[in-house]
Design a protein around this ligand. Structure first.
Ligand SMILES: [Zn+2]
Length: 205
């Protein structure tokens, strides 16, 4: 069984991906991780991707597809879980030409709650400890090392709202595409990680 994991930023996709990988033995293919690895190693594809990112442009679908294709070649026919791809309808259609997808799991969380989750994130610049502002109880110091906790520029409300809007716009046609094929399974992402995973298990069997 090959699956795709969908979910807006902050919806807890990473946590669930780890659990699915452990419980179902699916190879986790995270396009974000693969891009970063290629860029670190300065491979041809990595450099190509970097040239767009440097200019503040989106990496074109054909470059992303190349990355995904190479990752799929590496799994040698083992079952996999795609995370971060496809992002739009064109990518989904292209993907159908190179792999067979059985199920698409869409983890849904209300956007206001996601905004609160992401905007409330605070990280320690010194040790990297990250938590939600509600846990800090009004203090602005790291519970691990005592240094100052700060909010990432990317996590400011305006940025988060526009990021979520872009995600919603891009994935709407994608969701519809898989819905028509009878492959889409929507999972309520509002619960605890255990509750969300219980829902996913019902889908995956
Ligand atoms: Zn710290």
């Amino acid at each position: 069984m090959n699956i795709i994991l969908l979910g807006a930023p902050g919806a807890g996709k990473g946590t669930q991906a780890t659990r699915i990988e452990e419980n179902y033995g699916l190879t986790h293919i995270s396009t974000g991780d693969i891009f970063r690895r290629h860029m670190r190693r300065q491979t041809e594809i990595g450099e190509e991707a970097r040239s767009y990112i440097k200019k503040g442009l989106l990496v074109p679908d054909e470059v992303t597809l190349k990355i995904v294709k190479s990752a799929l070649d590496e799994v040698h026919g083992k079952n996999f879980m795609l995370d971060g791809f496809p992002r739009n309808l064109n990518q989904a259609q292209q993907l159908d030409g190179i792999a067979k997808i059985d199920k698409v799991i869409d983890i849904r969380v209300d956007f206001d709650i996601l905004t609160d989750r992401i905007c409330g994130r605070r990280s320690c610049l010194d040790c990297g400890y990250t938590t939600h502002i509600s846990v800090l109880g009004g203090a602005n110091t790291c519970p691990k090392c005592g240094c100052e906790m700060t909010q990432r520029v990317d996590d400011r409300e305006e940025t988060v709202r526009s990021r979520l809007q872009v995600y919603a716009t891009q994935t709407a046609s994608l969701v519809e595409y898989y819905e028509k094929q009878g492959k889409l399974f929507t999972v309520d992402g509002m619960g605890t990680p255990d509750e969300v995973f219980a829902e996913i298990k019902k889908v995956l069997g």
